[in-house]
Design a protein around this ligand. Sequence first.
Ligand code: GLA
Length: 729
Amino acid sequence: MKRICLILFFLAASAAAFASEPKLISIETSETQMLLYVQENGEVSFYHYGKKFDRPEQISGYRSYRRWDYGTEPPAYPARGGRYFNQAALAVKYSTGELNTELLYEGHSVRNVSDAAVRTVVSLKDSKTDLSVDLYYDAYQKEDVIVTHAEITNGGRKPVVLESYASSAINIHASRYLLTHFYGSWAREMQVKRELLTPGIKSIRSIKGVRTTHTENPSFMLSLDAAEFNENYGEVIAGALAWSGNYSIDFQIDETEMLSVVSGAGTPGADYQLKPGKTFQTPDMIYTFSAEGAGKASRNLHSWARRHYLYDSSMMCPTLLNNWEGTYFKFNEQILKGIIDNVASMGLEMFVLDDGWFGGKDYPRNGSNQGLGDWQIVEEKLPNGVAAIADYAHSKGLKFGIWIEPEMVNPKSRLAQEHPEWIVGEKGRELTTIRTQWLLDMTNPEVQDFVFGVFDSTMQLAEGIDYIKWDCNRHMENVGSEHLGENQSHFWWDYNQGLYSVYRRIREKYPDVIIQSCSSGGGRLDYGALHYCNEAWTSDNTEALSRVFIQYGTNLIYPAIACGSHVSAVPNHQTQNVTPLKFRFDVACSERLGMELQPSDMTGQEKDFARKAIASFKQYRDLVYYGDLYRLCSPYDGDYYALMYVSEDKKRAVVFTYTIRYQGRTLKPSFKLEGLSDDMEYSIRELNVDKSCFWGDGKTFSGSYLKNFGINPEIPKLYSSAVFYLEAR
Ligand code: GLA
């Protein structure tokens, strides 16, 4: 800390005294460092992101020898024009039609923004015009996370057009760049792809407007100098963009084999006109660096997110049953009360009423083809209102949650007839539907009020609504907004800003309600949405084997506390696969546990097992939610998957092991545990079984034994699984 203060003092003093002198700007966390350097001509270069080294000022005389004559060093925030020739973070078109921007150093400041983070702001200004940019870097000391964004100000007298407006650019030099990124679609979110980057530009992006994950997720990991992904060794940079709309993250290897990563909102065509005197604030780009493999990179992101970014992660989302796969649209008060009885008797803590309760008299929601937009109760289903269901759940000691999809409208609805001007689409072109629904124009403040109103009035339907599942079941195609007039290209940006401003209003009025971000499953899984929502619905695919892959990918970047996972019926409704109930529970228990089925279809034996598994989850769930995640192997690389969570003090841990492919009787898995203390002795106990599949069950082992020799549960069959609870003696 002393050293940080000295450096801060040195930097601040030098900033004041020699505004035009070359100088170093060091953005530091406890183990990592980003180094920017102000050149003699005022350009600010990006020199280093990685492990911290001694006396960073040694870098001051550094020459990359990339080019002698021009464009030598990569800028901290590359703008189109000047002497830079790679992918730009900022592209501005001025009112004269001119296209060049050259950002030069104006000054910088460093201050503590909290006990946890130091903020560095670097101010740049164009050499010719009054366009300026402030680069923000919040360095979270303990978690080794740096969160950065840019603020672009038009200080001139005429509007300018921002043609690209990335949040950040970083440059890295390594012999190899192995990119891990995520792709997916409905029911197949967060699939993992690994590839060695080659010269040229690799871009991961979404142009779906309101969805981030049903194409690529706005996040990645980069293993440096490595051809293989490794959990425990090697340098890894992980990044995530906190934005729920269109984005691109571009990886460019140039002719000098340097990699630049430019990340931000917007894709080509989303030009934004910035009026005189206005500032455009880009979303946060989140980075972490680990010198100890991908595992540490995930743990850094998870602990940072839990402590500083997720919406109030101190609120543990209760275990729940959601009626969607149990009843779909076919329910009434009696059916729901029957479910609630079972929910209470199995030991779950909340009942969530999904789609189908609204639409009023005219368009009762008996299918997905009508009712969205008309948020009045369907009396035939719920003659005593939602209140009767909520009160009944409360009377059984349960919390109550309910589903809404406020950004949408079905053509068959009163809303669509009353407010055609609120529907996204261009006049004179066909209004295409997806899942027979249209999108409401969230760029329009009237629509924002309406959406806020839907949330607000839903909260009044009953006393004590504890949880809202906020869905979004289509993406954008044929965009068009009556409200935006000539500024149609603002649509994507303004839509998401509109959404976030509604979220903010909601959070002001309802700070304690738990909100789940859902979008046909995990379509809106990003740190932008999770800043306002407590958790995300990871996927509509509830089948446990598919879930292994989805959850493995998701938890590389996002912590388990923010990811819902439900046990559903077999054959599974999405894949038809049949897996044992124990396997389904063991998979769901490695994130936030829930159920999604008609419990009256379960046998007494199945209910007994569910009771046991739910009770044991409650014992260790604080480890899943707040512990450190260690992946013991990857489902992509073999026949097994195993992971564990360890408490911060290393005194408790839970280990999940699964067989995901049949591998012949002779192969026996063995898992070396991680994250435990060498000096502690741990008792190990298998959960949810009468007879353990591990010879060491009930015994005590040293941490160093468990880490170096490991455990070998006998899980020989496809979909065998075992969960172990470890406690220090
Ligand atoms: C989406 C969600 C599901 C369910 C349905 C209801 O598909 O992802 O969980 O809520 O909508 O229509």
